[in-house]
Write a protein that binds this ligand. Sequence first.
Ligand SMILES: [Fe+2]
Length: 280
Amino acid sequence: MGMLPRSPGALLDKRALGACNHLLRRARHFHRSYMERALVEIEALKPEIVLCTGDISSVGSPEELRAGCDLLEPLRRAFGERFAYVPGNHDAYVTATPCRRALEEAFDRLNSGRWRLDALPVEWSFGGLRLLLVDGARPMSWFSSAGALSPSARAWLAARLEAPRQPGECRVVVSHFPLREADGRPLVRRRRLDGAELLWGHLRGARLDLVLSGHIHRPFARWEADGRGEVCAGSLTLHGAFSVVDWLPGQGRFRQFFVSVARPREPLLPVLDASLAPVS
Ligand SMILES: [Fe+2]
């Protein structure tokens, strides 16, 4: 959102660096109008569920998080419990108690009070989709944009992904952090999710079907040969695009495309039609 933190304490922690970085480098590329156009497009598409993969703020200050929630409120109101949010590293920027409390409030508000932030990962079943909502965002050192899965989160995910599937079950992880870059390389250490390799192993092993993420500003979709993959929604307010994924349960496959609101009515990327290999 790029609002300057009001707390004097912000001058003494990472928020000072983040606010300067935002104002000097990012603010001129931030388009609030993209978000407003996206709201109209998303409602017109009538999706069954809507996911926000985090970074609704720049430095995780209470005023920024509240403003981010306000911006998303039309979607939250329209979709209610069919709208879900997982935090990004910018939303969990510092350890300051007011910031942490504001993040918990934002999480509660955007998820319509269904879950507590400290209870993540959680499971959300919708039709044949089994969505695993993950929180890897936590305050890091001044020059790190990394995240980490806690030991208990890793154990929780392993137990669910290693269990036999229900008939027709499609497994989707919703995480702020992608597992890999657009070209399949691991992210650099200061940007990656510690624990991503665990999920990567499950994706390659066909125990996980799709990872939906954000974090990297430029959107991408990468599909493996078996039709499993990951989709990074990118930064809507920078690149003006959001991702649409269709799960076609009868055909066992995904269809995915990006919608551009920077250039309305023009697809950002060609439609990708990914077939999911039958689960053995
Ligand atoms: Fe991020």
